[in-house]
Design a protein around this ligand. Structure first.
Ligand code: CMC
Length: 392
């Protein structure tokens, strides 16, 4: 079988070539299709970035209009989905509902499952981008017992999502356009991050020629974990715990350094960034702005900033090159916007979706693609003879 290299966690093994996202972790650089992340965050809309990631180039106005119209045409869910949402317990975690719903999409749209039919792949991509906000909003509405709102296609992508999440059929929904812009920008920041755990999962599942819905559903599940997308929820829970316990920041950091079981500085550290995560820098600036706009000052923001300051001047974090990552500040914004803590990772998933789709499509159209099948180094028993149960 030849030589096999052991690389737990794939710290040093490239699983693919890719032309989508570039990261230089030492320099703190992130680019989508060559465009720096801070420029895209400032200037581009989420749907524009989705188009860029999937198709490789920024869309012309006509291309963007066409893409947007297409997405709008698919925002509705089959009415049978109502029964689907009501079948989950009230306290269901929205990430579990989301991954189940995405998986269930493949049962409704059997006309777009062929991974090698370009038209079908395009249709399932559009359906996912269009329906994920509806699914996310319905998971939330069901959990609080409020009526589900149909999408309003006169609204933009993010505003429509916010209305379906926070609106009521009895009242007009209004939201500050600057808040819409901030959430749109957060989606842009999350849109792709090359071969992270969930994206690699999407690719691995897709490499068996599973359909796009099934592959993305697996990606949602991978994102759920607290070391990955689930970190945004874990950060807020950590901040709340420090706040309610009245702990001081220094003693919490000391517990982290002592590696007390279960005590980590969530929202810090990254496999690839050994410098400030460029996304975190943008989020940090946006947090203050969002809290001001919403008129919701939050002691958790001051606590987070103090934690960052203490950590970044501490040898433990300096030596290990641990900096705040994208998840460190986002939760404070989501909370101010009114999202419950357990919905934070769903917001990450909405943002990451175009990246998953782009990576899956790049893989499917790459002639070098083979089924993903890691090798192992066997360390178990050598051959031995079966022992009858009476003699064990
Ligand atoms: N708090 C305390 N110590 C840490 C942390 C942290 N957040 N992150 C890493 N370390 C320590 C770790 O204990 C190890 O120390 P030592 O060399 O003494 O054993 C050293 O730093 C290297 O860490 P590692 O765990 O080997 O690094 P990794 O590349 O395997 O893990 C990570 C990366 C992101 C899983 C990890 O930093 C972590 O658990 N961070 C907290 C969770 C988090 O914020 N995740 C979000 C990541 S960014 C967005 C996303 O991908 O979803």
């Amino acid at each position: 079988t030849g030589h096999v290299t052991l690389d737990p966690g794939f710290t040093n093994t490239a699983s693919t070539t890719s032309a989508i996202t570039y990261i230089d972790g030492d320099a703190g650089i992130l680019r989508y299709r060559g465009y720096p992340i801070d420029e895209l965050a400032e200037k581009a809309s989420f749907l524009e970035v989705a188009y860029l990631l999937i198709h490789g180039e920024l869309p012309s106005q006509a291309e963007l209009d066409n893409f947007t119209d297409n997405v709008k045409r698919h925002t509705l869910l089959d009415e049978k989905f109502r029964a689907f949402f009501s079948a989950f317990p009230r306290r269901a975690h929205p990430m579990a509902v989301l991954s189940s719903a995405v998986s269930a999409l493949s049962t409704f749209y059997q006309d777009s499952l062929d991974p090698f039919d370009a038209e079908q792949v395009e249709r399932s991509s559009i359906r996912l981008i269009a329906k994920l906000p509806t699914i996310a909003a319905y998971a939330y509405k069901t959990s609080i017992g409020q009526p589900l709102l149909y999408p309003d296609n006169s609204l933009g992508y993010v505003e429509n999502f916010l209305r379906m999440t926070f609106g009521l059929p009895t009242e007009p929904y209004e939201v500050d356009p600057e808040i819409v812009r901030i959430l749109d920008m957060l989606f842009v920041l999350h849109a792709d991050h090359e071969q992270n755990c969930s994206t690699s999962t999407v690719r691995l599942v897709g490499s068996s020629h599973a359909n796009l819905f099934s592959s993305i559903s697996a990606g949602v599940d991978a994102l759920f974990g607290p070391l990955h997308g689930g970190a945004n929820q874990a950060v807020l829970e950590m901040l709340e715990q420090i706040h309610t316990n009245g702990d001081d920041v220094e003693s919490f950091v000391r517990r982290v350094k002592n590696k007390e079981p279960g005590v980590k500085l969530m929202g810090f550290g990254h496999r690839v960034y050994k410098n400030y995560d460029p996304r975190a820098a943008v989020v940090k600036k946006a947090t203050r702005k969002a809290l001001d706009l919403l008129g919701k000052p939050d002691p958790l923001l001051d606590l987070a900033m103090r934690l960052e300051e203490v950590a970044l001047s501490d040898d433990y974090f300096v030596e290990r090159k641990l900096y705040p990552n994208v998840d460190f500040y986002t939760g404070v914004i989501y909370k101010a916007m009114g999202f419950p803590t357990n919905a934070f990772t769903v917001l990450f998933a909405l943002g990451r979706l175009p990246g998953w789709i782009a990576q899956w499509r790049e893989m499917m159209s790459d002639p070098a693609t083979k089924i993903g099948r890691p090798r192992q180094v066997y360390v178990g028993e050598t051959e031995r003879s079966y022992v009858d149960i009476k003699s064990r």
